[in-house]
Write a protein that binds this ligand. Structure first.
Ligand SMILES: [Zn+2]
Length: 336
């Protein structure tokens, strides 16, 4: 099925079906990396939420000239090579536009490291909207979605690199007007491209609000990732989101938070929901404005330390493949 046929199906109501059931043949699916589309089977072991570069200055003041991309390249490259040699094949860079997204730099780093890297489209409304550009208040959700769809179809200027995922961000619930607009824009973009929506989400209430907003717009929760779900203390909400079909992302894995994440995973395993869970570290990154980019947290903890401790806790090798290969592949697969 080609993309047009697929979109016709979506328009006819198939948008409520999970993508895995729409019936696209393997050869007609792709995952979009910074070096171009690849067969989803080539994604391999994937870190679904990391950062290479972040600038927290805010949407009004951010400029590419605020950092030296050669210095970022030199500092980030050894970390990318290190995680590749630890067994990682693909890394999703979740830094949105107006927070330091630099797709051309990602492409160069992918070429140099051999690691597949994926960038995103969308806007980040969390953090009191500090990273929302003024035009996003004036424009409709449809207009914002048209910008994001154009990035998917024509590439992000000036690099021409295409996004492989939608990244938005919302504060804690209930959804503010601008947050609700970003969710709607993401829904429209998802319907037109097949890209999955990863949303930095303030709390469980905001996660549930997004899932119901998406449903009301005809988007299956399977197209939605609850990013930073580990920050919600009520684990019943993780189960409810998974039951609805959404992806529940535990992405704060680090040496100090490892045990908490093991327990979260054991809870999801017990409930039978490991097939809805994503794992990552939210690690990195070059901090623009700090000397030599400040403290760069390596990407390899998950492979070197965390996965072995999951095995010891009773998660099987097959379940680890589900978490690190099959689930990210389902998230990153879009129709051609
Ligand atoms: Zn992040």
């Amino acid at each position: 099925m080609d993309r047009r046929k697929f979109l016709e199906l979506v328009a006819a109501g198939a948008g409520i079906l999970p993508f895995s059931q729409v019936g696209t043949r393997v050869s007609q699916r792709q995952a979009v990396t910074a070096l171009g589309p690849i067969a989803p089977e080539r994604l391999g072991r994937t870190l679904i939420h990391e950062h290479i570069l972040v600038d927290f200055i805010g949407a009004e003041a951010i400029r590419p000239s605020r950092y030296n991309s050669e210095e970022v390249f030199r500092i980030a490259l050894p970390h990318l090579r290190q995680v590749k040699s630890a067994g990682c094949d693909t890394l999703v860079d979740c830094t949105p536009a107006y927070l330091g997204r630099d797709p051309g730099l990602l492409r160069r780093l992918s070429q140099a490291s051999g690691l597949q890297i994926i960038t995103n489209t969308g806007l980040y409304g969390a953090a009191q909207n500090k990273y929302v550009p003024r035009y996003a208040y004036a424009e409709t959700a449809e207009k914002l979605a048209a910008r994001w769809v154009k990035e998917f179809e024509a590439g992000i200027p000036p690099s021409g690199v295409r996004p492989g995922i939608i990244k938005i961000g919302v504060n804690s619930g209930p959804l503010s007007e601008i947050d609700a607009k970003l969710v709607k824009a993401a829904a429209i973009t998802h319907q037109q491209t097949g890209l999955t929506i990863a949303s930095h989400t303030g709390d469980g209430e905001a996660a549930m609000a997004q899932i119901s907003t998406l449903k009301s717009l005809g988007v299956s929760p399977e197209g939605f990732i609850w990013v930073h779900a580990q920050n919600e203390a009520d684990t019943q909400l993780h189960l409810r989101a998974a039951e609805a079909g959404a992806w529940v992302e535990f992405d704060g894995i680090s040496s100090i938070a490892a045990q908490k994440h093991v327990e979260l995973l054991l809870g999801m395993k017990q409930a039978g929901y490991l097939s809805r869970v994503l794992l990552s570290q939210d690690s990195g990154w070059y901090h623009v404005g700090e000397a030599s980019g400040g403290d760069f947290r390596p990407y390899d903890f998950l492979f070197v330390q965390f996965l072995p401790s999951l095995r010891r806790a009773g998660i099987s090798a097959k379940e680890i493949d589900t978490l690190t290969i099959h689930n990210p592949r389902a998230v990153l697969t879009v129709p051609k």
